[in-house]
Design a protein around this ligand. Structure first.
Ligand code: ATP
Ligand code: MG
Length: 335
C-alpha cells in the first residue's frame, strides 16, 4: 500500500520560485510513489482575505493551472478545492476543543505571519481575527481528513505540522486510536528568500518571481534585486553572501556558480552582467512551464473538469474519515 501525502497551497496568488523550490517541485517528484492529495486551500486563504473574495476565487484556477504546468498529473494525483469538502470544516470544529488559545498564539508560524501583517499594513495588522489565529486547527483537519502521513511543505510550515501532531495525539488519547501522526517532508531548499532580501519569498510579501511572469517582468524584477550595498563601481570587490542575485544563481543551480562567486569577490564581475545571466537562466527554466500552462489557459474547462473530478474523489475519502471520527466521539446517532 502506498503512503498518503496531503499538502496544500492557498489561492492568494500564483506560484512563485519560493513555492517551486521550497515545496511544489518535490510534490511532482513524490506523486509516483505516494497516494497524493493536493489541496487548493481557499477556506484558509479567506482567513486573511475574507474581504477580497474575488482574489481568492480567481486564484483557485490560476493555482490549478500552475500545478498542472509544473507536472502534477491528475491521472496520478488528486487536486481538490478545500471549501467543497464540508467534512474538513466539521472536523475543524471538533479539533478546536483540543487546542488552547495560548498554544495558538505561541505558534511561531502564526507569530511571524502576524508580525508580517503589522509590518505591511500598520495598524490594520492589529485586527487579527479568530479565524486567522485558528487556521492551524483547520490545517490539522485538512491533513487528517485524508489520513495524510507525509506532508511536504516549506520550512515556514513546520510549527503548524507540530501543532497537528499534538492535536492527533490528544484526539487519540481521549477518543481512542483514530489517526496516525503525520510527518513533515522538507525540500533540499527549505526556505527561499525574497528579491528584497526578506527571509521568505511570499505571495503576500510582494517580493516574488512568479512561474508565469513574462520575460519583461522577470527582467525588471531581477534588475531591482538587492545586491551588496557596498559595491558602488562595477569593479569594486563585493560580498556575494549578501547579494540576492548570487543567491538566485545558486537556487536555479547555475553550473558556473563557483566562478561567479570568485569573480564577484575579486571585483571582476559587474552586477548588470551578473543579473543578465540570471535573467537568462530563469527564462530558460520557466519557458517549458509557461508553454504547458498555455494549453490550460486557453481551455479553462479542462482545468474545471480536473478540479471537479479531484474534489469528488477527495470528498469520498473525507466522508469515510468522518464516519470514524463521529463514532469515536460518540455522536454517530441514528446510523
Ligand atoms: P501567503 O503569503 O498567501 O501565505 P505563501 O507564498 O506563503 O502565500 P502558501 O500557499 O502559504 O504560500 O504556501 C504553499 C507552500 O509553499 C507551503 O508548503 C509553504 O511552506 C511553501 N512556501 C511558500 N513560500 C515559500 C518560500 N519562500 N520558501 C520555501 N517554501 C515556501
Ligand atoms: Mg503562507
Amino acid at each position: 500500500m502506498k503512503k498518503t501525502i496531503l499538502t496544500g497551497i492557498r489561492p492568494t496568488g500564483r506560484l512563485h520560485l519560493g513555492h517551486y523550490y521550497g515545496a511544489t517541485k518535490n510534490w511532482v517528484a513524490l506523486q509516483d510513489d505516494y497516494n497524493s492529495f493536493f489541496e487548493i486551500a481557499d477556506v484558509q486563504a479567506l482567513t486573511d482575505n475574507f474581504d477580497n473574495p474575488d482574489k481568492v476565487r480567481t486564484n483557485v484556477r490560476e493555482i490549478a493551472i500552475d500545478l498542472l504546468a509544473i507536472g502534477i498529473d491528475p491521472e496520478k494525483s488528486t487536486i481538490f478545492i478545500q471549501s467543497m469538502i464540508p467534512e474538513i470544516a466539521e472536523l475543524t470544529i471538533f479539533y478546536s476543543n483540543l487546542v488552547t488559545m495560548a498554544r495558538l498564539y505561541r505558534n511561531p508560524t502564526i507569530k511571524t505571519e502576524i508580525a508580517q501583517k503589522k509590518a505591511l499594513f500598520g495598524n490594520e495588522g492589529e485586527s487579527v481575527t479568530y479565524g486567522f489565529v485558528g487556521y492551524p486547527i483547520s490545517q490539522a483537519a485538512d491533513i487528517t481528513a485524508f489520513n495524510g502521513e507525509l506532508v511536504p511543505v516549506g520550512e515556514d510550515q513546520l510549527p503548524l505540522l507540530e501543532q497537528c501532531r499534538e492535536i492527533v495525539r490528544k484526539f487519540n488519547s481521549i477518543y481512542g486510536e483514530t489517526f496516525k501522526e503525520p510527518e513533515a517532508y522538507l525540500s533540499k531548499t527549505k526556505r527561499v528568500k525574497g528579491l528584497d532580501g526578506n527571509e521568505k519569498m511570499g505571495k503576500s510579501l510582494g517580493n516574488a518571481i512568479y512561474l508565469r511572469d513574462s520575460e519583461e517582468e522577470i527582467s525588471k524584477k531581477v534588475m531591482s534585486a538587492v545586491t551588496d550595498p557596498n559595491k558602488i563601481k562595477k569593479d569594486d570587490p563585493a560580498n556575494p553572501d549578501v547579494c540576492m542575485v548570487y543567491y538566485y544563481h545558486n537556487l536555479v543551480e547555475n553550473e558556473n556558480v563557483n566562478t561567479i562567486c570568485e569573480e564577484c569577490k575579486k571585483g571582476a564581475r559587474g552586477c548588470v552582467q551578473c543579473k543578465k545571466e540570471l535573467i537568462e537562466k530563469i527564462n530558460n527554466l520557466l519557458a517549458p512551464i509557461k508553454e504547458k500552462a498555455k494549453k490550460y489557459e486557453e481551455n479553462p474547462e479542462l482545468v474545471d473538469e480536473i478540479l471537479l473530478e479531484g474534489t469528488n474523489h477527495a470528498r469520498e475519502v473525507a466522508k469515510e474519515t468522518m464516519k470514524n471520527v463521529k463514532k469515536a466521539i460518540k455522536i454517530d446517532y441514528y446510523k
